[in-house]
Design a protein around this ligand. Structure first.
Ligand code: SAH
Length: 201
């Protein structure tokens, strides 16, 4: 099994050992532009195609830990980007449904994740703002693109005890990374931190 010590170092602050171990199995340099490979292990966001960015590794690790994934989880991801977060989800969950609006990014991420032999990932190219109703419900939903308002359509696609993690904020404004939890018909929300993600296109 692959082991990248630099990745293990970046996730060392995460208490959940399954997230730390999954993180250490992924080579982040495969997900960045060839010219930026030397920076792949710095704890900084890096540009990918179509003006998108791959988040800094410590934030990816923290968000993954907050999702509290279990091996039987079905996960929806909005904003495939490079596919790095998708790979981490696929390491820890049973099935991942990922949506990307940029055809270029979607194509590259799909090619990359297939080359890395990930299974159990369903790809969709298009607008992820309204989720993936045909495949709902999901145990977990994660967006790595900011929603302007509470994501009502997505919350309807959560299972009875599901968790949804989403940056919420108007374009240009500070965003709150919000964790929604469903408990039957009741939804609770709490803010983890402020973040800066691309806004939904
Ligand atoms: N998690 C990614 C980074 C995502 S950056 C990674 O690990 O690399 C945010 C992504 O959301 C960009 O790729 C952008 O193209 C995509 N995006 C923007 N609006 C979207 C929409 N409406 N539906 C789906 N994806 C969208």
């Amino acid at each position: 099994m692959p082991y990248y010590p630099q990745a293990a170092q970046l996730a060392s602050g995460i208490s959940d050992s399954s997230v730390r171990n999954a993180f250490a199995r992924i080579d982040r340099s495969r997900f960045v532009r060839p010219a930026l490979k030397a920076s792949a292990w710095a704890d900084i966001p890096l540009p990918i195609e179509d003006h998108a960015t791959i988040s800094q590794p410590s934030l990816v690790a923290a968000m993954t830990a907050w999702l509290k994934l279990t091996p039987d989880c079905r996960v929806l991801e909005i904003g495939t980007g490079s596919g790095y977060q998708t790979a981490l989800l696929a390491e820890l969950a049973a099935a991942v449904y990922t949506i990307e609006i940029s055809e270029t990014l979607a194509r590259h991420a799909q090619r990359r994740l297939k080359a890395l032999k990930y299974q159990g990932i369903q790809f969709r190219t298009g607008d992820g703002a309204t989720g993936w109703p045909e495949a709902a419900p999901f145990d977990r939903i994660i967006a790595t693109v900011a929603f302007p308002h509470h994501p009502t359509a997505l919350l309807e696609q959560l299972t009875e005890d599901g968790i949804c993690l989403i940056p919420v904020g108007m374009p240009g404004a500070v965003q709150q990374l919000i964790e929604y939890r469903r408990n039957g018909a009741k939804i609770t929300a709490r803010t983890h931190c402020t973040v800066r993600f691309l806004s939904l296109q």
